[in-house]
Design a binder for this molecule. Structure first.
Ligand code: 6GU
Length: 254
């Protein structure tokens, strides 16, 4: 997979994309990540890429010409989505999640990630984008952190990037709910014991226990995920039991 990241601050990615699993995937040639300085596509001596907004107001707007030049240079003339996608990182985009990450990892071969800054791009440049993505309901100073997050989430889903021990198969959010709780040695730490069932080696019981606690934690923190999740009949029985316990603890609230 090829990632081209168009940014005014390529230095922001040094470190982050060189280490950890993404760095290893780059070393192994499983992904190629190219950082491209937006200013290289300006034509004037001062390499200006922004200008003040028509109609007045605060801030600067990223100009059309350098951005069109960049995308026309980076995208092959006959390239089309889903294999090639130009993605604009903006707080006004669709909310990034594991489903989008999986879709990109499965279908895309070339992602061009455009990191916005200031008040964003000239509205007319939006015709260049196949997709506009936000990483959450808060405002960052630029799209760089968001592009790093997308590159990380997608890279780790590419077949062969994670080893068997790190498998993405049964981890948090793969099925739309949280991961189960994990414990390791020692068995007792400052009076806190590992749940005895996990020490017993009864595999089927452990599977059930993990599912129950994944559901419990999700219901407590993100009930919205429970509503959207693809749950089995057994899950619904477990949830019913968990809800009944809640009612027993607070009998006055219906
Ligand atoms: Cl993609 N960009 C910026 N600037 N802020 C954000 C964002 C992106 N996603 C959430 N907040």
């Amino acid at each position: 997979m090829q990632f081209d990241i168009l940014t005014l601050f390529p230095e922001m990615f040094e470190g982050f994309l060189e280490h950890s699993i993404v760095g290893r995937a780059r070393q192994a040639g499983q992904v190629n990540i190219q950082l491209i300085q937006w200013r290289n596509y300006a034509t004037d001596r001062h390499r200006v890429v922004d200008d003040s907004p028509y109609g007045g107001g605060a801030g600067m707007v990223l100009k059309c010409e350098p951005l069109f030049r960049a995308i026309e240079d980076l995208r092959a003339p006959d390239a089309r989505p889903p294999e090639t996608q130009v993605i604009y990182l903006t707080p006004q985009g669709e909310l990034f999640n594991q489903e989008i990450a999986c879709d990109l990892a499965e279908r895309a071969q070339h992602l061009i990630l455009v990191c916005g800054r200031y008040e964003g791009v000239d509205e007319r440049a939006r015709v260049l984008f196949d997709r506009e993505i936000s990483i959450g309901d808060y405002v960052l100073t630029g799209g760089e952190l968001a592009a790093g997050i997308v590159a990380d989430a997608v890279t780790r889903l590419i077949p062969g990037v994670l080893g068997n021990d790190e498998s993405a198969q049964n981890e948090s959010h793969m099925e739309g709910i949280f991961d189960y709780p994990h414990y390791t040695r020692p068995e007792i730490f400052r009076d806190m014991a590992v749940p005895p069932l996990l020490l017993g080696g009864h595999h089927a019981k452990i599977v059930d226990w993990r599912r129950e606690h994944a559901l419990r934690h999700t219901l407590q923190v993100r009930p919205d995920l429970i509503e959207k999740a693809d749950l089995s009949e057994a899950d619904r029985v477990l949830l019913e039991k968990i809800c009944q316990e809640g009612k027993a603890a607070f009998p006055e609230s219906d």
